[in-house]
Write a protein that binds this ligand. Structure first.
Ligand code: HPA
Ligand code: ZN
Length: 336
Protein backbone atom coordinates (compact mmCIF):
# COMPACT_ATOMS: atom_id res chain seq x y z
CA UNK A 1 0.00 0.00 0.00
CA UNK A 2 1.19 3.54 -0.65
CA UNK A 3 1.08 5.82 2.38
CA UNK A 4 -2.01 7.54 0.91
CA UNK A 5 -3.77 4.18 0.55
CA UNK A 6 -2.78 3.34 4.11
CA UNK A 7 -4.23 6.65 5.37
CA UNK A 8 -7.42 6.02 3.39
CA UNK A 9 -7.79 2.50 4.78
CA UNK A 10 -7.37 3.42 8.46
CA UNK A 11 -10.47 4.33 10.47
CA UNK A 12 -10.17 7.73 12.13
CA UNK A 13 -11.94 9.90 14.70
CA UNK A 14 -12.20 13.66 14.25
CA UNK A 15 -12.17 15.70 17.47
CA UNK A 16 -11.68 19.28 16.30
CA UNK A 17 -14.17 20.34 13.69
CA UNK A 18 -16.34 23.46 13.65
CA UNK A 19 -19.52 22.72 11.72
CA UNK A 20 -19.70 26.37 10.60
CA UNK A 21 -16.22 25.82 9.15
CA UNK A 22 -17.45 23.11 6.79
CA UNK A 23 -19.48 25.61 4.77
CA UNK A 24 -18.41 25.03 1.16
CA UNK A 25 -18.92 28.16 -1.00
CA UNK A 26 -21.36 26.33 -3.31
CA UNK A 27 -23.66 25.42 -0.42
CA UNK A 28 -23.26 28.89 1.13
CA UNK A 29 -24.38 30.44 -2.13
CA UNK A 30 -27.31 28.09 -2.54
CA UNK A 31 -28.47 28.80 1.03
CA UNK A 32 -28.01 32.57 0.68
CA UNK A 33 -30.34 32.45 -2.32
CA UNK A 34 -32.96 30.20 -0.80
CA UNK A 35 -33.02 32.29 2.41
CA UNK A 36 -32.70 35.60 0.60
CA UNK A 37 -29.74 36.67 2.71
CA UNK A 38 -27.20 38.86 0.95
CA UNK A 39 -23.51 37.98 1.20
CA UNK A 40 -20.74 40.30 0.05
CA UNK A 41 -19.68 38.07 -2.87
CA UNK A 42 -20.93 37.96 -6.47
CA UNK A 43 -19.85 34.40 -7.21
CA UNK A 44 -18.48 31.19 -5.75
CA UNK A 45 -15.12 32.19 -7.23
CA UNK A 46 -15.17 35.47 -5.34
CA UNK A 47 -15.89 33.65 -2.09
CA UNK A 48 -12.89 31.40 -2.68
CA UNK A 49 -10.67 34.39 -3.43
CA UNK A 50 -11.63 35.94 -0.10
CA UNK A 51 -10.07 32.94 1.68
CA UNK A 52 -6.61 34.46 2.08
CA UNK A 53 -5.86 34.81 5.76
CA UNK A 54 -2.97 36.35 7.63
CA UNK A 55 -3.98 35.36 11.17
CA UNK A 56 -6.86 33.92 13.22
CA UNK A 57 -8.89 37.16 13.33
CA UNK A 58 -8.83 37.70 9.56
CA UNK A 59 -10.32 34.21 9.20
CA UNK A 60 -12.92 34.66 11.96
CA UNK A 61 -14.33 37.81 10.32
CA UNK A 62 -15.09 35.86 7.14
CA UNK A 63 -16.21 32.73 9.00
CA UNK A 64 -18.84 34.62 11.03
CA UNK A 65 -20.05 36.43 7.89
CA UNK A 66 -20.53 33.08 6.11
CA UNK A 67 -22.56 31.67 9.01
CA UNK A 68 -25.12 34.47 8.60
CA UNK A 69 -26.98 32.57 5.86
CA UNK A 70 -27.93 29.76 8.28
CA UNK A 71 -31.50 30.41 9.44
CA UNK A 72 -33.62 27.26 9.60
CA UNK A 73 -33.33 23.80 11.10
CA UNK A 74 -33.02 22.42 7.56
CA UNK A 75 -29.97 24.65 6.93
CA UNK A 76 -28.10 23.23 9.92
CA UNK A 77 -29.15 19.75 8.90
CA UNK A 78 -27.92 20.21 5.31
CA UNK A 79 -24.63 21.69 6.47
CA UNK A 80 -23.95 18.76 8.80
CA UNK A 81 -25.03 16.12 6.27
CA UNK A 82 -22.60 17.57 3.72
CA UNK A 83 -19.84 17.19 6.33
CA UNK A 84 -20.86 13.60 7.15
CA UNK A 85 -20.57 12.75 3.46
CA UNK A 86 -16.93 13.94 3.61
CA UNK A 87 -16.37 11.87 6.76
CA UNK A 88 -17.63 8.83 4.94
CA UNK A 89 -15.28 9.46 2.02
CA UNK A 90 -12.30 9.88 4.37
CA UNK A 91 -13.06 6.91 6.63
CA UNK A 92 -13.82 9.14 9.61
CA UNK A 93 -16.01 6.79 11.63
CA UNK A 94 -16.52 8.96 14.69
CA UNK A 95 -16.65 12.75 15.02
CA UNK A 96 -17.10 15.23 17.87
CA UNK A 97 -18.54 18.34 16.26
CA UNK A 98 -18.19 21.89 17.57
CA UNK A 99 -20.89 24.44 17.02
CA UNK A 100 -21.00 28.12 18.06
CA UNK A 101 -24.51 28.80 19.44
CA UNK A 102 -23.86 32.50 20.09
CA UNK A 103 -23.07 33.12 16.41
CA UNK A 104 -26.66 32.11 15.70
CA UNK A 105 -28.64 33.19 18.76
CA UNK A 106 -27.22 36.72 18.40
CA UNK A 107 -28.85 36.86 14.95
CA UNK A 108 -32.22 35.78 16.31
CA UNK A 109 -31.92 32.08 15.44
CA UNK A 110 -33.01 30.06 18.45
CA UNK A 111 -30.80 27.54 20.21
CA UNK A 112 -33.40 24.85 19.49
CA UNK A 113 -33.27 25.45 15.71
CA UNK A 114 -29.51 24.96 15.73
CA UNK A 115 -29.34 21.91 17.98
CA UNK A 116 -32.34 20.16 16.43
CA UNK A 117 -30.99 20.52 12.89
CA UNK A 118 -27.55 19.28 13.90
CA UNK A 119 -28.74 16.40 16.04
CA UNK A 120 -31.12 15.11 13.36
CA UNK A 121 -28.15 15.01 11.00
CA UNK A 122 -26.15 13.09 13.62
CA UNK A 123 -28.93 10.49 13.85
CA UNK A 124 -29.20 10.16 10.06
CA UNK A 125 -25.40 9.90 9.68
CA UNK A 126 -25.48 6.89 11.99
CA UNK A 127 -28.22 5.30 9.86
CA UNK A 128 -26.83 6.19 6.43
CA UNK A 129 -23.10 5.89 7.00
CA UNK A 130 -22.66 4.13 10.36
CA UNK A 131 -20.80 7.21 11.66
CA UNK A 132 -21.07 7.95 15.39
CA UNK A 133 -20.98 11.55 16.55
CA UNK A 134 -21.27 13.95 19.46
CA UNK A 135 -22.02 17.68 19.66
CA UNK A 136 -19.88 20.13 21.64
CA UNK A 137 -21.12 23.71 22.09
CA UNK A 138 -18.37 26.30 22.11
CA UNK A 139 -18.47 29.62 23.92
CA UNK A 140 -17.09 32.60 22.01
CA UNK A 141 -14.26 33.98 24.10
CA UNK A 142 -14.41 37.47 22.58
CA UNK A 143 -17.82 37.85 24.30
CA UNK A 144 -18.21 38.25 28.09
CA UNK A 145 -18.59 35.26 30.39
CA UNK A 146 -22.14 36.40 31.25
CA UNK A 147 -23.15 35.74 27.67
CA UNK A 148 -21.66 32.25 27.87
CA UNK A 149 -23.63 31.64 31.08
CA UNK A 150 -26.86 32.71 29.30
CA UNK A 151 -26.00 30.34 26.48
CA UNK A 152 -25.53 27.47 28.92
CA UNK A 153 -28.99 28.30 30.33
CA UNK A 154 -30.48 28.13 26.82
CA UNK A 155 -28.86 24.72 26.37
CA UNK A 156 -30.47 23.20 29.47
CA UNK A 157 -33.60 21.79 27.75
CA UNK A 158 -31.33 20.07 25.21
CA UNK A 159 -28.63 18.64 27.47
CA UNK A 160 -29.28 15.08 26.36
CA UNK A 161 -28.14 16.11 22.87
CA UNK A 162 -24.92 17.80 24.02
CA UNK A 163 -21.74 16.02 25.06
CA UNK A 164 -19.68 18.95 26.20
CA UNK A 165 -18.57 22.54 26.06
CA UNK A 166 -15.60 24.18 24.37
CA UNK A 167 -14.03 27.62 24.02
CA UNK A 168 -13.14 29.20 20.68
CA UNK A 169 -12.84 32.47 18.70
CA UNK A 170 -10.16 35.17 19.16
CA UNK A 171 -7.56 33.81 21.56
CA UNK A 172 -5.01 36.56 22.32
CA UNK A 173 -6.22 38.82 25.13
CA UNK A 174 -8.92 36.32 26.18
CA UNK A 175 -7.25 33.85 28.57
CA UNK A 176 -9.18 30.78 29.74
CA UNK A 177 -9.44 32.05 33.33
CA UNK A 178 -12.13 34.53 32.17
CA UNK A 179 -14.48 31.53 31.72
CA UNK A 180 -13.83 29.54 34.90
CA UNK A 181 -17.36 30.07 36.31
CA UNK A 182 -19.23 28.88 33.23
CA UNK A 183 -16.93 25.88 32.88
CA UNK A 184 -17.55 25.05 36.56
CA UNK A 185 -21.30 25.16 35.87
CA UNK A 186 -20.84 22.93 32.84
CA UNK A 187 -18.87 20.47 34.98
CA UNK A 188 -21.69 20.38 37.52
CA UNK A 189 -24.09 19.53 34.68
CA UNK A 190 -21.90 16.54 33.82
CA UNK A 191 -20.59 17.98 30.55
CA UNK A 192 -17.21 17.19 29.05
CA UNK A 193 -14.89 20.20 28.76
CA UNK A 194 -12.36 21.14 26.08
CA UNK A 195 -10.83 24.49 25.07
CA UNK A 196 -8.80 26.07 22.29
CA UNK A 197 -5.46 27.12 23.77
CA UNK A 198 -1.92 27.60 22.52
CA UNK A 199 -2.91 28.22 18.90
CA UNK A 200 -1.91 31.90 18.79
CA UNK A 201 -1.87 32.30 22.57
CA UNK A 202 1.11 31.37 24.78
CA UNK A 203 1.71 28.17 26.73
CA UNK A 204 0.30 29.89 29.84
CA UNK A 205 -3.15 29.70 28.18
CA UNK A 206 -2.77 25.91 28.04
CA UNK A 207 -2.01 25.88 31.77
CA UNK A 208 -5.08 28.09 32.26
CA UNK A 209 -7.31 25.71 30.30
CA UNK A 210 -6.09 22.74 32.34
CA UNK A 211 -6.16 24.36 35.76
CA UNK A 212 -8.97 26.95 35.60
CA UNK A 213 -11.32 25.12 33.20
CA UNK A 214 -10.42 21.50 34.05
CA UNK A 215 -10.50 20.42 30.42
CA UNK A 216 -9.77 16.87 29.27
CA UNK A 217 -8.35 17.89 25.86
CA UNK A 218 -6.60 20.93 24.42
CA UNK A 219 -7.61 22.15 20.96
CA UNK A 220 -4.50 23.07 18.96
CA UNK A 221 -1.99 23.42 21.84
CA UNK A 222 0.95 23.66 19.44
CA UNK A 223 2.59 26.44 21.48
CA UNK A 224 2.82 24.05 24.48
CA UNK A 225 6.24 23.17 23.13
CA UNK A 226 7.58 26.49 24.42
CA UNK A 227 7.26 25.21 28.00
CA UNK A 228 9.14 22.04 29.00
CA UNK A 229 7.26 21.61 32.27
CA UNK A 230 3.94 21.79 30.42
CA UNK A 231 5.15 19.29 27.81
CA UNK A 232 6.05 16.87 30.59
CA UNK A 233 2.59 17.29 32.09
CA UNK A 234 0.90 16.61 28.74
CA UNK A 235 2.93 13.40 28.43
CA UNK A 236 2.50 12.27 32.06
CA UNK A 237 -1.25 12.87 32.11
CA UNK A 238 -1.72 11.92 28.45
CA UNK A 239 -3.73 15.07 27.81
CA UNK A 240 -4.59 14.99 24.10
CA UNK A 241 -3.88 17.83 21.68
CA UNK A 242 -6.23 18.15 18.71
CA UNK A 243 -3.79 19.50 16.14
CA UNK A 244 -4.98 20.94 12.80
CA UNK A 245 -2.09 21.15 10.31
CA UNK A 246 -3.80 22.87 7.36
CA UNK A 247 -5.45 25.35 9.72
CA UNK A 248 -2.07 26.21 11.27
CA UNK A 249 -0.67 26.78 7.78
CA UNK A 250 -3.61 28.88 6.54
CA UNK A 251 -3.63 31.08 9.66
CA UNK A 252 0.17 31.46 9.65
CA UNK A 253 0.69 29.73 12.99
CA UNK A 254 3.46 28.03 10.97
CA UNK A 255 4.87 29.45 7.75
CA UNK A 256 5.45 26.01 6.18
CA UNK A 257 4.19 22.54 7.14
CA UNK A 258 7.86 21.44 7.17
CA UNK A 259 8.25 23.58 10.30
CA UNK A 260 5.25 22.06 12.10
CA UNK A 261 6.09 20.56 15.50
CA UNK A 262 3.59 17.68 15.29
CA UNK A 263 6.26 15.01 14.80
CA UNK A 264 8.45 16.39 17.59
CA UNK A 265 5.52 16.26 20.00
CA UNK A 266 4.51 12.78 18.83
CA UNK A 267 8.08 11.54 19.34
CA UNK A 268 8.09 12.94 22.88
CA UNK A 269 5.00 10.87 23.68
CA UNK A 270 2.30 13.57 23.58
CA UNK A 271 -1.14 12.19 22.60
CA UNK A 272 -1.33 14.18 19.35
CA UNK A 273 -4.29 13.84 16.95
CA UNK A 274 -4.92 15.20 13.44
CA UNK A 275 -8.07 17.17 12.62
CA UNK A 276 -9.41 19.54 9.99
CA UNK A 277 -10.77 22.46 12.12
CA UNK A 278 -12.54 24.49 9.36
CA UNK A 279 -11.95 22.38 6.26
CA UNK A 280 -13.97 24.46 3.79
CA UNK A 281 -11.75 27.46 4.59
CA UNK A 282 -8.36 25.81 5.06
CA UNK A 283 -8.12 23.62 1.98
CA UNK A 284 -8.95 20.13 3.08
CA UNK A 285 -10.79 17.57 5.17
CA UNK A 286 -9.26 14.83 7.34
CA UNK A 287 -7.32 12.85 4.75
CA UNK A 288 -5.94 15.97 3.05
CA UNK A 289 -4.54 16.98 6.45
CA UNK A 290 -3.00 13.52 6.86
CA UNK A 291 -1.48 13.45 3.35
CA UNK A 292 0.04 16.90 3.54
CA UNK A 293 1.53 16.65 7.02
CA UNK A 294 2.79 13.13 6.26
CA UNK A 295 4.70 14.35 3.22
CA UNK A 296 5.95 17.57 4.83
CA UNK A 297 7.32 15.80 7.92
CA UNK A 298 8.15 12.49 6.29
CA UNK A 299 5.92 10.59 8.72
CA UNK A 300 6.23 6.81 8.76
CA UNK A 301 3.36 4.34 8.58
CA UNK A 302 3.89 3.75 12.30
CA UNK A 303 3.45 7.48 12.95
CA UNK A 304 0.24 7.51 10.90
CA UNK A 305 -1.05 4.48 12.76
CA UNK A 306 -0.22 6.09 16.12
CA UNK A 307 -2.10 9.25 15.13
CA UNK A 308 -5.18 7.17 14.28
CA UNK A 309 -4.94 5.18 17.53
CA UNK A 310 -4.61 8.48 19.41
CA UNK A 311 -7.75 9.85 17.76
CA UNK A 312 -9.85 7.11 19.37
CA UNK A 313 -7.95 7.15 22.65
CA UNK A 314 -8.61 10.91 22.93
CA UNK A 315 -12.28 10.57 22.00
CA UNK A 316 -15.27 10.32 24.32
CA UNK A 317 -16.12 6.81 23.08
CA UNK A 318 -16.52 4.03 25.67
CA UNK A 319 -13.59 1.73 26.40
CA UNK A 320 -15.38 -1.04 24.51
CA UNK A 321 -15.81 1.12 21.41
CA UNK A 322 -12.19 2.27 21.60
CA UNK A 323 -10.99 -1.33 21.78
CA UNK A 324 -13.10 -2.19 18.74
CA UNK A 325 -11.44 0.58 16.70
CA UNK A 326 -7.92 -0.25 17.97
CA UNK A 327 -8.47 -3.77 16.65
CA UNK A 328 -9.68 -2.47 13.30
CA UNK A 329 -6.57 -0.30 13.02
CA UNK A 330 -4.38 -3.33 13.88
CA UNK A 331 -6.15 -5.35 11.20
CA UNK A 332 -5.45 -2.70 8.54
CA UNK A 333 -1.78 -2.47 9.54
CA UNK A 334 -1.35 -6.28 9.59
CA UNK A 335 -2.82 -6.41 6.11
CA UNK A 336 -0.29 -3.90 4.81
N1 HPA B 1 -9.54 28.95 16.65
C1 HPA B 1 -10.39 29.75 17.29
N2 HPA B 1 -11.66 29.86 16.94
C2 HPA B 1 -12.11 29.16 15.91
C3 HPA B 1 -11.28 28.34 15.20
C4 HPA B 1 -9.92 28.21 15.60
O1 HPA B 1 -9.11 27.47 15.03
N3 HPA B 1 -12.04 27.79 14.21
C5 HPA B 1 -13.28 28.28 14.36
N4 HPA B 1 -13.34 29.12 15.38
ZN1 ZN C 1 -10.82 25.27 16.05
Amino acid sequence: MTIEQYIDALPKAELHLHIEGTFEPELMFEMAQRNQVSIPYASVEEVKQAYQFHNLQSFLDIYYAGASVLLHEQDFYDLAMAYFQRCYEDNVVHTEIFFDPQTHTHRGVSFGVVINGLSKACQDAKKQYGISSELIMCFLRHLPQDDAIKTLEQAKPFLSLIKGVGLDSSELGFPPELFSDVFQQAKELGLMRVAHAGEEGPASYVWGALDALDVSRIDHGVRSQEDDVLMQRLVDEQIPLTVCPLSNLALKVVNHLKHHNLKKMLDKGVCVTINSDDPAYFGGYMNANFYQITHALNLSKDDVKQLCLNSFKASSLSQEEKTYWYERIEAVSQHD
